[in-house]
Design a protein around this ligand. Structure first.
Ligand SMILES: NC(=O)C[C@H](N)C(=O)O
Length: 297
């Protein structure tokens, strides 16, 4: 069984000055995730490692790029195991460096699928997760941008053309034939306090050994309206991975005027990375060969 790891660093109009660093960041994350698979590790471990790599990489402005209306960072993350359909999520959690690992802990250490806000933070404390000051998650640049655009609609209407996004995601197929997905995000700049997007919901990501794994990025409310991850997987029953992705994103654009992107891997190892925004940094490793780019594949 050939193993595959695909990552994205968020779909938006990445400016030229960030292009190289974004591609380097996804390449590193893809290599780190793939090394887990190469050692015989699980798809679940691989997607967590890949997403953590991007959460820790400042080029993705990980978790500091999206202040809410109160100027705070509220984070959402999701992870799903395609073998069992178990998943874990956190939403509106604060002061955490790696929400994807907290999401995994929700999946593995609680009887629930999602913890939100204060409850997510209390759980994090109870399992010994380090709390970090919000200011360490926020860049000077973001603080200035936030003051400039004090309006959620500005970020959305500019069609993801401002630095309002910091979503990262990964999908993997391991040597046992199991798939997994993970996504982590700060959401969208100037979102209302408590706003939850698609990323932590079984909608912005999905993994099932019988159909494949998807991680989405883009305008969360649009992704939710068309249940994008499941839409892509259902189209894959009859279409190629690339066609299924393109058709689903096209539908989201036509039906609810939403832009975004996604990565996908099928149970047989076919994969794709496509988007309807200007750019999305993506990388994939298959048969030890690294693929990457800022254009749709
Ligand atoms: N940039 C993103 O992908 C944002 C994320 N989908 C959200 O709406 O929260």
């Amino acid at each position: 069984m050939s193993v595959v790891l695909v990552v994205h660093g968020g779909a938006w109009a990445i400016p030229d000055e960030l292009a190289k660093a974004s591609v380097d960041g996804v390449k590193t994350a893809a290599r780190e995730g793939f090394s887990v698979l190469k050692r015989g590790g699980s798809a679940l471990d691989a997607v967590e490692v890949a997403v953590r790599s991007m959460e820790d990489n400042t080029v993705f402005n990980a978790h500091g790029g999206t202040l809410n209306t109160d100027g705070e960072v509220e984070l959402d993350a999701f992870i799903m195991d395609g073998q069992t359909l178990a998943s874990g999520a956190v939403s509106s959690v604060k002061n955490i460096a790696n929400p994807v690992s907290l999401a995994r802990a929700v999946m593995e250490k609680t009887s629930h699928m999602m913890l939100t806000s204060r409850g997510a933070n209390l759980f994090a404390e109870s399992i010994g997760t380090a709390m970090i000051p919000t200011e360490t998650l926020v860049t000077e640049y973001e603080r200035k941008e936030w003051k400039k655009h004090k309006d959620y609609m500005t970020g959305v209407m500019e069609d993801f053309s401002t630095r309002a996004h910091d979503t990262v995601g990964a999908v993997a197929l391991d040597s046992a034939g199991n798939v997994a997905c993970a996504t982590s995000t700060g959401g969208i700049r100037n979102k209302m306090v408590g706003r939850v997007g698609d990323s932590p919901i079984i909608c912005g990501g999905y993994a099932d050994n019988f159909s494949g794994a998807v991680s989405c990025t883009g305008h969360g409310e649009s992704i939710l309206k068309v249940t994008l991850a499941r839409l892509i997987l259902s189209k894959m029953e009859q279409k190629s991975v690339t066609e299924a992705l393109q058709m689903s994103l096209q539908h989201m654009g036509d039906r609810v005027q939403g832009a975004g992107g996604a990565i996908v891997v099928s149970p047989s190892g076919h994969w794709a990375a496509t988007f309807t925004t200007e750019r999305m940094a993506w990388a994939a490793v298959e048969h030890d060969v690294l693929w990457y780019g800022l254009e749709p594949l």
